[in-house]
Ligand binder design. Sequence first.
Ligand code: MG
Length: 405
Amino acid sequence: MLMSRFDFLEIATMGMGALGFAAAKASAAGGPLEKAQAEATRLKVTGVDIYAYDLPLKSPFRIAIGTMPAANDVLVRVHTDAGITGVGEACPFPPITGETQETNLAAAKALREIVLGRNPLAIESLFREFGAFVHSNPSATAAFDTALHDILGKIAGLPLFRLLGGDRTSFATDITVDLDEPETMARRAREFAAAGFDIIKIKVGQGQDLDLRRLEAVRAAVGPDIVLQIDANQGWAPPVAIDTLRKMERFNILFVEQPVLASDFDGLRAVKAASPIPVMADEAAFGPADVLKLAKAEACDYVNIKLMKAGGLGNMSKMAHIADGANMACMVGCMLESRLALTAAAHIVAARRNILWTDLDGHTSHTIDPVTDGMTFAKGLITLPEKPGIGAEVDPDFLKTLKKF
Ligand SMILES: [Mg+2]
C-alpha cells in the first residue's frame, strides 16, 4: 500500500483505527467509479446510439393549439471510454416547438458528430456548439444535454439534484385534464382527486362559453379544497382572455398559463395587468433570454420552464435563476415525455427553490412505461431516486424493439 504524507500523519495521530480507514480508502481507489473520477479530465465519448422512441397514448392528447396522437420521441445513449453511459430523451411537440421526430433524428445525427471523441463533461462548451448548429430543435439538444448531465452525475457519484446543491427529494405535482366535453373533464378531475391529486390542471382556450362550463363542472365535481390551475395554450385573444378570467375568478384558480399567443408580449402584459388570476408564461418562454424579456416587460407573474423548450437542464437552471432575480416563481412542466426525461426535469425542481410548482405527468398518458428506476409518481407526489446521475434507464428488452440509428 502506497502511503502519502497526509495518510501517514492521519495514522500517526489517530492510531490503528485510522490504519484500517486508510486501507479501505486505498482499496476503494481501485473501484471502477474511482478510476473514472481519476480519468475525468481525459474522458472521451466513444459512441452514441440514437433510437426512434415511440410511446403510444391511451387516447389523443388535445390542447387548444393541436392534438397529439402519440409520443414519437428520440432516445440517445452516449457511451464513454470509462464504460459509463448517459441517457437522454427528446419529446418533440410539433404544435409548440415546431419540430418532429424526423427533424429531431436528423439533428441528433448531427449532434452525435459534435460529441464523438470529446470530453462529455465539457457540457457548457458542447451546449454552445449544439445551439449554434441546431437552434431550431430544442428537444434534440435537450436529449444530448440530459445524457451529458447523466454522465456528470455518475462520474461524481451523486444524483444530479445533489450535485446542483438541491436537497428536496419529494415534492407535489399536478395532473392534467386535457380538452373534452365539460362533463367528461369533470369526471376525470374527480377521479384524479380520488386518486390523491390535490392540484389539477384544466385545459381551456376554445371559447368563453365552453371554457366557463368546463370550470363550472370541474369545480362542482372536485369541491372547494382541490387546487385548480388552467392552461389556455394561446387560445384566447387578449380582450377575451381578460373578460373570461374575470368571470372565472369565482372558481378560485391558482393561475392561468399562456392565455394569448406566444408572440403577443403586449397582449400578455395587458392580460396580466387586468386579470384577477395570476398569469404564467409558457409558450412565450423557451429559453433564458425569453425570461429576461418577460421580466423586463412585466408581462407575466410566473414562468413555466420545460426541458423540451429550454433545450437542456443547464438552460432550465438559467431560466430559474433569471426568474429568481426578478422575484418570479416558476413551474416545471412537460410535453408528453416518458419518465426518463420527466425524471431529468425533476432534478431541476429539486435543486431550484423558486420552482414552486411541478407539472411532470406526461407519462400518465402512455399505454406503456419502459423506464426502469427514475422518479416515482403517486398520489400527487414525485420522489427522486438517490442514484448517481439522472437515475433512470430504459428497459434493455424494450430497446431491442426500437429502430436504432
Ligand atoms: Mg402550458
